[in-house]
Design a binder for this molecule. Sequence first.
Ligand SMILES: [Zn+2]
Length: 666
Amino acid sequence: MTRRNMIFGISIISLCLIGGALTFALRPDQDNLPSLASEMGKPQAVQSLKEAPPATPIESIQQPTAEVLSQRVTEYHIDVSLNEKEGTLTGSETLTWTHPGKKTVNELYFHLYPNAFASADTTFMKESGGKLRGDTMPKDGWGNMELTEIRTSDGISLLHRIQYVQPDDGNVKDKTLVKVRLPVSVRGGESVTLRINFTVKLPKIFARMGSAGDFVMAGQWFPKLSVYEPVGTRGVTTEGWNLHQYHGNSEFYSDFSIYNVKINVPNNYTVAATGFPTKAAVIQGDRKTVQYYADDVHDFAWSASPNFVYAEEPFSSPDVPGVRIKLYLDPTHKDLKERYFYAAKVALSNFSKWYGQYPYSTLSIVVPPIEGNGAGGMEYPTLITAFGAGNESPSNNELERTVIHEIGHQFFYGMIASNEFEEAWLDEGFTSYLEDKLMEQEFGIKPNLPLQVAMISSPISLTQVAWKYGSSDNYAKNVYYRGKLVLLDIERQVGNKTMSRILTTYAHKYRFRHPTTTDFQRIVEQVTGRSWKPYFKQYVYDGKMTDYSIDNITVNSISQGNDPLFESIVDISQIGATAPKIPILFTFKDGHTTRKVWSGEDSKVELKLQYKEPLAWAMIDPDYSLVLENKHINNFLKAEVDGTLRTRSNLGIVKLLEAVLGSFLW
Ligand SMILES: [Zn+2]
């Protein structure tokens, strides 16, 4: 999911405020103090990679290939019908699960995600307060999912054998996870088939799924099997179900599957979906049924609207064998086709080059109407949503950024498929990292790292389960920003080329395999040929940040002849996690400067400098190269400033940071 899109625009403004305020507040008499000024490059005009062929008005029909890329644990055949007047879905699902482990299994567990919106008492609603990324639950927007029948392939009804379970918080009002006891146990390697009938009352959109006017976003809309993890999957030592409810700050985790889905909608609706249609729409009166197929994916989403403006283009590049890019635009953005196509093409071609071939034959982009904005900026396999079309011509490349971010997810969330409940950073942190890389390469926009790191006021372990970060703000700051900054910090230490090798190796090795943070650490160690245990312990598992401080400067005259000579003593302490190579800049009264690099290993150090003039000021990390140093405020000290005054002015700046940044994020 994309962070709230307005942050970028606002952060540029606030950056100027903060950069200016900080520089002003800290400015010594000498003027060569590095500033926090934005490194925003000038966005270049978006140009098409090549001349676009005329838009195809009808969606192309495709067929599955024989290639099998993943362990297809589950197979879904779903028939679903949209009642657009009632805002409901009626579905029947035939699900076949092949037991991937060894122990006998007596029950299956299903995610019933729409029940997150059933009342104010669900875990999602209690944790989120009915808000996500600034979108608020509309009045009377409730939705839910009901299982109306569950039968075995022999026709035995299991409806009386279901039990809602709440493994994360014991909230009995939460019905987003259900256990179905089976009449016959399933042994390792055996398959079981269930037929499930269900209805969904679509919530009014504020958090990913639902309806807004006649726009429908069906994400997490069908009873979806939980993941059964055999020994070895994500390092588990005891096989079993990985069970979590739907939380305010959590996304998803599923097995790779085959999906065959028939969707019945009014004749005048256009449907977008994961995968591709395998036959032309079947029209019956004023209704039509489209049939979609997808494999080697772990979710299936669809969207429908009578207003979509459709366009389709084929695309290939050296690392993309052939994909049809499909646009389903809200009419407000009907003239922005080229921007969407361009962003999709640069994302597909570059990410395939960096992280391995995009193996699917389609990539669909849904652009919701502005009232469906809560469904925007979201990733599903082979289908992404852009933010709601509120502006006829979004500026600052936010349109491109969202498309690039969500397509980036195809390579991490989509193919690598980590457990987003338990290790969200493996998706959002990595995706934010590659989003920045491509935004800089294509549009010359550099992230403002000093600003972003300064915002991380409550660093927490990156292997924290998603719903325990507290506020959505803190979740986003850790999972998106801190996660990304950890990757950038590793890159700073090993260099660009080695970092590319690390990520390429990781992305290739763990494609379709649900890796963990430990797996990533192992790749870092293999590629660099050394242990990263202390680093991962501090920055990844323990949630620490870099924090070095200049505590005191003492200047003594030590002149013994006619020539003046001063010894300046600078006391430095390590408050946070360790970092190798701490650069320090010293500036003397006459403007003379010198730099030193300290190993940063000890908790305290006393640095002595002799020069004909007294030291004027010293600054740790003058070039902001310590990516995870989030308290730059104590990095600077002027030699003669009175201690009380210094404390007070620092406090003032911290307050300013909180005031300007704290109120509008996510
Ligand atoms: Zn995301």
